[in-house]
Design a binder for this molecule. Structure first.
Ligand SMILES: *[C@@H]1O[C@H](CO)[C@@H](O)[C@H](O)[C@H]1NC(C)=O
Ligand SMILES: *[C@@H]1O[C@H](CO)[C@@H](O)[C@H](O)[C@H]1NC(C)=O
Ligand SMILES: *[C@@H]1O[C@H](CO)[C@@H](O)[C@H](O)[C@H]1NC(C)=O
Length: 433
């Protein structure tokens, strides 16, 4: 009898293990740029610098944390709300618009916490570095941001000031009008981009219409039939996908809009969203490959000025948007697929694509550049060697063209070629538009 129980129990156990690994598909990690950042803790060990090296300078570009949907998305949810008005189960499954325009794009609680924790982790990770330069001094740490709020400084400086329960301190944030912010608001400040890529983008429109008439139509037909939805357009499936993303973030709700989508529908819609970003903010257009030149030039010149003693700035901490991060990746040659992301690829062909926003550009995505000076093999009269390492979403990566994770400063600058000190106004044809 006891033996029998054991056999049954072992079988039940293996069945549970089998099914749980089968269902390990994690929807919230497939929501494109509306995916949640995977790390949500203040725990962080201190890192070791490479042998005989010292961290001299830290550069950061971070996307804002989780926000409320933007007005365009809310308009789309309003449209879905109407389409689902008479659908059976509407009340039960809450197929309705859950957001109000008055809050559009505001930072959500989770978003406030994400940058706070990012700041706390930074303090722990680069402890020796920060300890020497805190308390905060705007000549040593530069905060810059577009029109987004960030709580990074509150996390970083927590306990280093005299104010409030957390002993924090005020900071100076440099910000400029969006149309003049060539470093951080690239998609708002480049006239050529706005007129040829954001608007009148024929390659993109062709891909979108092809994908809509095939893949999105198939998903829409399935939903219409199964849930008895009339007047569901193919493009509404994209709105459903977005509504699903915000259901997860705001309500931890997987059984409302998400319920309408099968696993493969989600993967297909995830691709659709990446495909559009690919033509708008990445390799899908040659212009996009140059647009982060002002941002990178600013970083490089700040490092050089520090190294030649004309600046005291040790940290550049910049806060902007997913578009800015995507332009930076594209500038550096990161996450470049060998084939262009077109509408006629099969799901199998795109599953392992490199340009996958869910992984590389979720809310609060970030890129650090660590700059080290090293004493190794220092012969008489020779200057210290300088190394740079890029860290994407807190994982070190190899910059394309470099031999390893720690890249020689001279080599890095060589890779940038004539994009260093670029003429943005000429690239963006300010005189024409
Ligand atoms: C220091 O570096 C900056 C940036 O490359 C450069 O513009 C400046 O002329 C340099 N100054 C000196 C004194 O070398
Ligand atoms: C897929 O589409 C691209 C761009 O529209 C085109 O160049 C390519 O030939 C197409 N491939 C196939 C197999 O149809
Ligand atoms: C698009 O639909 C075609 C035809 O059903 C399918 O073979 C392909 O895998 C789909 N592509 C994506 C990216 O889902």
């Amino acid at each position: 009898m006891r033996f029998l129980y054991q056999v049954i129990w072992t079988n039940v156990l293996s069945l549970i293990l089998f099914t749980s690994s089968y269902y390990k598909f994690d929807i919230k990690r497939h929501m494109g740029t509306n995916s949640l950042y995977p790390i949500f803790t203040d725990k962080q060990p201190e890192i070791n610098s490479p042998h005989n090296c010292k961290l001299e300078k830290l550069l950061l570009l971070a996307r804002h944390g989780t926000r409320y949907p933007e007005d365009g998305d809310i308009d789309n949810f309003e449209e879905l709300d109407k389409v689902f008005h008479d659908v059976p189960g509407r009340k039960k499954y809450k197929w309705e618009n859950k957001f109000s325009l008055s809050q559009n794009a505001l930072l959500y609680f989770r978003g406030q916490k994400e940058h706070f924790l990012l700041g706390k982790r930074s303090f722990k990770k680069y402890h020796k570095f920060w300890k020497k330069i805190l308390p905060y001094d705007p000549n040593i740490i530069e905060f810059r941001s577009t029109k987004v709020s960030s709580s990074y400084s509150i996390g970083l400086l927590d306990g280093h000031g005299i104010l409030g329960k957390g002993d924090t301190q005020p900071i100076f944030i440099y910000t400029t009008s969006l149309s003049k912010d060539y470093e951080l608001a690239i998609h708002r400040s480049c006239p050529l981009w706005k007129n040829t890529i954001d608007k009148n983008n024929q390659i993109l429109e062709k891909q979108v219409s092809e994908f809509t008439s095939t893949n999105l139509t198939e998903i829409a037909n399935h939903i219409s039939k199964k849930y008895n939805v009339k007047n569901l357009l193919p493009i509404h499936t994209d709105y459903i996908y977005k509504a699903c993303a915000f259901d997860i973030i705001f309500f931890n709700e997987y059984n409302s809009w998400c319920k309408l989508l099968r696993k493969n529908d989600i993967l297909t819609l995830e691709y659709f969203s990446d495909m559009r970003n690919y033509y708008r903010f990445a390799y899908g257009n040659d212009l996009n490959k140059r647009l982060a030149c002002r941002l990178v030039t600013k970083f490089v010149n700040d490092v050089d000025k520090y190294l030649n003693g004309t600046s005291t700035l040790k940290a550049d901490l910049f806060f902007a948007h997913s578009e800015t991060i995507s332009f930076l990746y594209t500038f550096l040659g990161l996450y470049k697929d060998s084939k262009p992301l077109t509408a006629n690829l099969t799901l199998d062909e795109v599953l392992d694509r490199k340009y996958k926003s869910s992984e590389i550009c979720p809310f609060a995505a970030n890129v650090y550049f660590e700059v080290y000076s090293c004493n190794e093999n220092l012969s008489e009269g020779k200057e210290k060697s300088i190394l740079i390492q890029a860290v994407v979403n807190e994982i070190p990566i190899i910059i394309p063209g470099c031999d390893g994770k720690y890249c020689e400063w001279g080599k890095f600058k060589e890779l940038l070629g004539d994009n260093l000190n670029c003429d943005y106004e000429e690239i963006c044809q300010f005189n024409k538009y």
